[in-house]
Design a protein around this ligand. Structure first.
Ligand SMILES: Cc1cc2nc3c(=O)[nH]c(=O)nc-3n(C[C@H](O)[C@H](O)[C@H](O)COP(=O)(O)O)c2cc1C
Length: 199
């Protein structure tokens, strides 16, 4: 068994989203029992954006014989995703949606002819389904807060396009609130939700 973690906070392992993802990984690992498990860590912060050769390949009817530009990177990221038994995305909310680092990873792996096909009925995913866990951190309140959440519906929709339908979301909210008790309570709530899910 192997789980691929894609994390996308500039704060690396200090990040609340990373720490929430680690809690999920720990629970996932204990659920797997004795099966061999590998965690593959990918820090999306270092990824370049898809470039002109990538865009040309998408517009053409087929891939070029010689993959150049960011296409080999895209191939590699797709292979890594395909090989994962489970996926975990760890991400802070940035301006109501995913951070640009995670968006770059998404743009590399959501690729026509590779992870989905276009049909008359719309895009159809070609990856085999597997569990996806999403660890989201937000500075403010999300549920009941005064801000929209484009991140959850967006991730649901874009993962669906490539065939990933078993998506479970976890949140740690209020990380930028000045009151330490509020932050502590928000973390405890996130921990309780993870525990309940894996119980
Ligand atoms: C560029 C930027 C945009 C942000 N936008 C939001 C936002 O729309 N809503 C929110 O609640 N927090 C927002 N935040 C705060 C982060 O989501 C929050 O600090 C988060 O917990 C950081 O997570 P991390 O520790 O995983 O990096 C933003 C932070 C940054 C840097």
């Amino acid at each position: 068994m192997n789980i691929l973690r894609v994390h996308s906070s500039a704060r690396g392992t200090e990040a609340a989203s990373y720490q929430l993802s680690q809690l999920i990984v720990d629970h996932w690992l204990s659920q797997q029992g004795d099966s061999a498990v590998v965690i593959d860590d990918l820090h999306a912060d270092s990824l370049p954006h898809p470039d002109a050769p990538y865009s040309a390949a998408l517009r053409g009817g087929e891939d070029p014989a010689e993959a150049d530009g960011s296409l080999p990177l895209s191939d590699q990221l797709i292979s890594q995703l395909r090989a994962a038994d489970a996926l975990i995305l760890a991400a802070p909310m940035h301006n109501f949606t995913v951070p640009s680092a995670l968006k770059a990873w998404i743009d590399h792996v959501v690729r026509i002819r590779h992870t989905f096909v276009a049909t008359a009925e719309g895009k159809v995913g070609t990856l085999s389904d597997r569990p996806v866990y999403v660890a989201i951190s937000t500075g403010g309140r999300l549920c009941g807060g005064r801000q929209p959440d484009f991140m959850t519906p967006y991730l649901k929709a874009v993962l669906e396009v490539i065939g990933l339908h078993q998506v479970q979301f976890f949140y740690v909210e209020s990380t930028a609130m000045p009151d330490p008790q509020l932050r502590q309570a928000a973390w405890q709530q996130a921990v309780a939700e993870v525990k309940a899910h894996f119980a």
